[in-house]
Design a protein around this ligand. Sequence first.
Ligand SMILES: [Zn+2]
Ligand SMILES: [Zn+2]
Length: 177
Amino acid sequence: MSLISLLPVGKVDRALLVPLAEGLAQHLRAACSIESAGLNADFAFNPARRQYHSTEILKKLLNGHAPEATKVLAVTELDLYIPVLTFVFGEAHLENGCAVVSTHRLRQEFYGLPPHPAVLAERLLKEALHELGHTYGLRHCSDYRCVMSSSNAVERIDLKDAEFCSNCRPAVGLGRN
Ligand SMILES: [Zn+2]
Ligand SMILES: [Zn+2]
């Protein structure tokens, strides 16, 4: 069984992490724990963009966190980017079992709407499943309902299910439906 370790990067609300760990454990049939010592992300801050470089955070994860874990998922409330894009919801390393997700642009408040904790939790679970799916070797899926379909906006995340389609399921160790 996979062991997924959630690593808070910067200050992360436990009210987000606990349900996320439960959701991942259930959806991936894995054990999921939350690391108590979080990671400070100052090293990844880009003052010109006022954002954090997600690839730099991934590199840090490769340098040894939770050696017993099969997968390490960094979770942050900070706004992430890679140089060619305005922002990213997350990023994954395809071979090394590391991924990072951000709640920053998953919040309704980011779009000037009232907070909606259930919507945020659902989007975070989908984004976490998506990035972890990459760490199992999955590429983007053309089925828009599959959690592995690509999302460049929250509307696209809302459209998909928090599930892997029958083509993607075997890669993450789940049987075909
Ligand atoms: Zn992706
Ligand atoms: Zn799929």
